[in-house]
Design a protein around this ligand. Structure first.
Ligand SMILES: [Zn+2]
Length: 494
């Protein structure tokens, strides 16, 4: 439903990426980081280490004012570089000196420092800005969600440009300090740990620190009237959950009955994926009309729709599974989305299996039978779905089927060794589907090229998984597992 199309002119931009160096050896950084799905996302020429965001927000008008302090390192001799941003910039400084800037295209903020930046040099960029994010349309859409009492920054693959300037692509991860001032009585939430709260003159400033590498689309900002619950997991991880005070009572109850089990779900997932990779956990349920959830790092965003009919643990399992598969280990490019969605969906099946509500094999049989051979579902290749199909059901459901097929082919021992080993192997980094395929072959000692080709790339319905549950074929149509009704599928579960 938030379908992303490559912006008009994107191809032209991608052809410009190789910009010749000037006579002095300094040249502009590329306006895109090199993602074939989204050629203008991210930028070249530098690597960000840290974002320090000092913000003020006015819930009645949606006015956001900010100063971003970005610490980065030049990766080439830079005469100019871009940040990705949609609000109005009033001043830019690079290493203390005022820098010239212009805006072009949908979100390119072009910055020309007073003097060139040599490769390897530390760069501190300060950007002062303001704007009303809900008025900003980039690539034909807005990611900022206005609520009756505030606003929410959460979307995929793009949401940062509505509230802070960045190198907006998962390949350039960084740590974050997000400090935000709002009127008393309004809450402001972000990722990680709340490090300070100060109140004066009727305004409250909250500062959040996310101290492990974090992709830009996984940074989140939530302002509104929230009930906030805090706790600690059995391992001592701080838990912060927040619920909009405006939600209907039944939705509140369903949300609390789900999110308050976050610590238990993390413990369950650690059994499969290894130690939880971050130092905080939780989630929030704002008063939005959007129908998706998102794995914003350490603090997933949940649409209240997931909880309108009662508790929904599947969506909590899904978003928390992403903390390993998606957040700690991020896509290298957006074509690698199966590494996020296939695995988070499969985690729901593991939870179902554990709860006695249907085994992963029963769920696989059910999903497989739901889609006849002529269903366009099978034309989407989870291993390279293309930008217009990146969040199609097939990336999730066929993506999870691919993992069940892998499990059946190599056996539980090797399969679960892979599920646990992979997040260790690429912790806090990025990885490709091809790297996963090679890793699975290495751990299992089997050649798996044909299996991955069948399940991830062929535009047709594969023959059923080899070890399909006994009795299914005899019975004809697999029964619907008990857990299925509780799952919010497809676009609803990002
Ligand atoms: Zn997801």
């Amino acid at each position: 439903m938030y379908r992303r199309l490559i912006a008009p002119g994107a191809l032209a931009v991608s052809l410009m990426l190789a910009i010749p160096a000037s006579a002095d050896g300094y040249s502009p950084g590329a306006p895109g980081i090199g993602d074939p799905y989204y050629p203008v996302y991210g930028n070249g020429g530098y690597d960000v280490a840290h974002y320090g965001l000092q913000l003020k927000y006015q819930p009645t008008t949606d006015l956001l004012e900010g100063t971003a302090t970005i610490r980065a390192t030049a990766t080439q001799n830079l005469s100019r570089f871009d940040l990705d941003f949609g609000l109005t910039v009033s001043e830019v400084r690079v290493n203390g000196a005022k820098a010239a800037f212009t805006t072009s295209g949908d979100e390119e903020l072009e910055i020309t420092p007073a003097r060139g930046l040599p490769r390897g040099a530390p760069i501190t960029v300060v950007v002062k800005y303001s704007g009303t994010p809900s008025d900003v349309e980039l690539f034909g859409f807005t990611s900022w969600m206005r609520t009756p009492d505030g606003g929410i920054g959460a979307n995929e693959p793009e949401s940062a440009a509505w509230w802070f300037p960045s190198n907006d692509h998962p390949l350039d991860k960084a740590t974050y300090d997000v400090s935000i001032e709002v009127p008393d009585g309004t809450r402001a939430l972000s990722n990680g740990v709340l490090t300070s709260t100060t109140t004066r003159h009727g305004r409250t400033r909250s500062t959040w620190r996310s101290d492990r590498p974090q992709a830009t689309y996984l940074a989140t900002l939530a302002i509104g009237k929230f009930d906030v619950s805090t706790a600690k997991t059995a391992d001592g991880l701080p838990v912060v959950n927040a619920y909009s005070t405006d939600l209907p009572a039944a939705t509140q109850d369903g949300a609390r009955a789900s999110l308050e089990r976050t610590g238990e779900v993390v413990r369950f997932l650690e059994g499969y994926f290894g130690r939880y990779p971050f130092n905080a956990v939780g989630g929030y349920v704002p008063n939005v009309t959007a129908g998706f959830a998102l794995e914003t790092q350490t603090r997933p965003f949940y649409s209240p729709k997931f909880f309108a009919k009662g508790p929904n643990l599947s969506v909590v399992v899904h978003e928390l599974a992403h903390q390993w598969y998606g957040d700690s280990v991020s896509v290298h490019g957006w074509r690698d989305i199966w590494l996020n969605e296939g695995f988070a969906s499969y985690a729901e099946w593991l939870w179902s299996e554990d709860q006695g509500e249907g085994t992963a094999q029963e769920l696989a049989d059910y999903v497989y039978a739901q889609h006849p051979a002529d269903d366009p579902f099978w034309t989407v290749a989870p291993g390279d779905p293309g930008p217009t199909h990146q969040f199609d059901d097939a990336v999730y459901d066929r993506g999870a089927l691919a993992l069940q097929a892998l499990r059946n082919a190599i056996g539980d021992h090797a399969f679960f060794a892979i599920l646990k080993g992979w997040p260790q192997q690429h912790r806090y980094g990025n990885a490709t589907v091809q790297e996963f395929e090679a890793y699975a072959e290495r751990v299992s000692g089997q050649r798996l090229g044909a299996l991955f080709d069948t399940w991830l790339y062929q535009p047709s319905k594969p023959a059923a998984p080899a070890a399909q549950a006994a009795g299914v074929r005899a019975a004809g149509t697999p029964a619907k597992p008990a857990s299925w009704t509780g799952m919010a599928r497809g676009h609803g579960t990002r």
